[in-house]
Design a protein. Structure first.
Length: 326
């Protein structure tokens, strides 16, 4: 049975050093569709009318279901695909990230814009351009941008490659901005009772707490299922990474048994309140060396509430914390 705790006195007893966070405006991995269909609200445009355009495919991407977006043509490309409507605010710096690759040693060309409608003629501001895409493994790209006025915008991905260059793949599209209303801290049971770096023997149980606090002024609808996984697992809400005394990352030796996400997993976290999970680090990690270890935890939610209510989407990574085995 999972253990979920609401902590009050705990935060009085320890110093609070918080990490930064990001909130999602858009996240799309294309894993929840059946190609050739597109997710709701996405649109393609065959601008040059050559009969070739962007498609969704069952292969080429990342994740459990490696679906993604692909472009391939025998003529010079001039083709677009567009995100759904995004409500963006002036004065906020947004980050666009995505992954791409090509299927051969050829060089592809793509630029990315935003505008007021899902049409190439309204794409007025360029976010990103690369006329020499040659990576044959999925490569992460990030670019920042701001909008001139608070309004609804669309982001357009534009391929303008030369003819007969096989395939260009795009996956894991994310638009985010800094989150200032939610914070994450990791502490150990030893910190509650003793000062200094938490210290254990190899025979001790190493108990940790991952704590989320709403420091904003409004309620947050949080996914509190709190499944635990390794740092690269997008299905888990809490991802743990542990680094041993010689700098190696320990293997997360636990198969994540993900339960079906239910509306009851989403709970309101009111301003000033804290929720989190108590976790025994010996469950996924094997400790065999003496010395100082480093633990980092990430909370993330890529899933909307099944009941359709407004949900906090984003990810936050804790500051590194140390503990000692002696």
């Amino acid at each position: 049975m999972r253990k979920i705790f609401i902590f009050f006195m705990l935060f009085v007893m320890v110093s609070l050093v918080w990490a930064s966070a990001e909130k999602f405006v858009l996240w799309e991995s294309f894993e929840d569709i059946t190609p050739p269909s597109w997710p709701l609200g996405w649109l393609t445009e065959d601008y040059n009318g050559d009969g070739f355009t962007w498609e969704t495919k069952k292969y080429g991407g990342l994740g459990e279901h490696p679906q993604c977006v692909r472009y391939s043509a025998q003529v010079t490309a001039d083709d677009w695909f567009y995100t759904p409507a995004l409500t963006l605010n002036a004065g906020v710096t947004y980050t666009l990230s995505f992954r791409y690759k090509v299927s051969s040693t050829s060089v592809q060309k793509m630029n990315i814009w935003f505008g007021s409608t899902q049409a190439s003629g309204s794409m007025t501001t360029q976010i990103y351009n690369n006329s020499a895409i040659s990576d044959t493994i999925m490569t992460l790209v990030t670019a920042t941008f701001t909008v001139p006025i608070s309004s609804v915008y669309y982001i357009g991905f534009h391929c303008y490659s030369d003819p007969n260059l096989l395939r260009l793949f795009v996956d894991d599209i994310l638009v985010s901005y800094p989150e200032t209303n939610l914070q994450l801290k990791v502490i150990f049971d030893e910190e509650i009772l003793n000062s200094g770096i938490p210290t254990y023997s190899l025979s001790d149980t190493i108990e940790s707490f991952a704590l989320l606090k709403n420091i904003g002024l409004t309620d947050l609808n949080l996914n509190q299922r709190f499944t635990v996984g390794g740092i690269t697992n997008n299905k888990a809400e809490l991802c743990y990474i542990c680094i041993d005394p010689i700098g190696d990352t320990l293997t997360f030796g636990l198969l994540v048994e993900e339960s079906e996400l239910k509306s009851s997993d989403f709970q309101i976290l009111a301003p000033g309140l804290t929720a989190g999970k108590h976790y025994n680090l010996q469950t996924p990690f094997t400790f065999s060396q003496l010395g100082t270890y480093t633990l980092i935890v990430r909370y993330q939610n890529y899933h909307k509430n099944p009941d359709g209510s407004d949900t906090w989407l984003g990810r936050i990574t804790s500051d590194p914390v140390n503990f000692v085995l002696e």
